[in-house]
Write a protein that binds this ligand. Structure first.
Ligand code: RP5
Length: 162
């Protein structure tokens, strides 16, 4: 059963959003990917959000660039947690996307992540962490992932200064 939806405003967002898909794949979490545009396919957006809970989704990772309404509008139409990823934009480098997603008025939250690849990967890790609260095997995978990162940093060396 699909547990996480990854949606984005355009296929041009895929380069960034594929980082979320890769993380979920690595953790063995079933997900789907869709292009859903807030301003170009508003009816599809409403339908996706309205049916998400009945389809068994536990979280929606939504990435968009520019005046990024997608995460906020999805959150307005579903109670499922929406994790927003600001996609870098052509002219403002994603600062517009970030502010559009993070500045939700009180009452309808969107969990907002960093601009770009790190944000997409972290949104997926956050979704895994949410699912792991009731899935011990996922929690074990998450702990192993953190341990591996820790070991990598502990093994880092720096060049000698001459
Ligand atoms: C947004 O406009 C999308 O999320 C994308 O980041 C941006 C540009 O879309 P395209 O013109 O590449 O389709 O809706």
């Amino acid at each position: 059963m699909i547990e996480v939806g990854i949606v984005m405003g355009s296929n041009s967002d895929w380069e960034v959003m594929q980082n979320a898909a890769c993380v979920l794949k690595d953790f063995g979490v079933a997900f789907e990917t869709r292009v859903v545009s807030a301003h170009r396919t508003p009816d599809l957006l409403f339908d996706y959000a309205a049916t998400a809970e009945a389809r068994g989704l536990k979280a929606i990772i939504a990435g968009a660039g520019g005046a990024a309404h997608l995460p906020g509008m999805l959150a307005a139409k579903t109670h499922i947690p929406v994790l927003g990823v600001p996609v870098p934009s052509r002219y403002l480098r994603g600062e517009d996307s970030l502010l559009s997603i993070v500045q939700m008025p009180k009452g309808v939250p969107v969990a907002t992540f960093a601009i770009g690849e790190a944000g997409a990967a972290n949104a997926a890790l956050y979704a895994v962490a949410m699912l792991a609260t009731t899935r011990p095997e996922l929690a074990d995978k998450l702990k192993a992932f953190r341990q591996k990162q820790q070991d990598t940093v502990l093994a880092m060396t720096l060049p000698e200064v001459e």
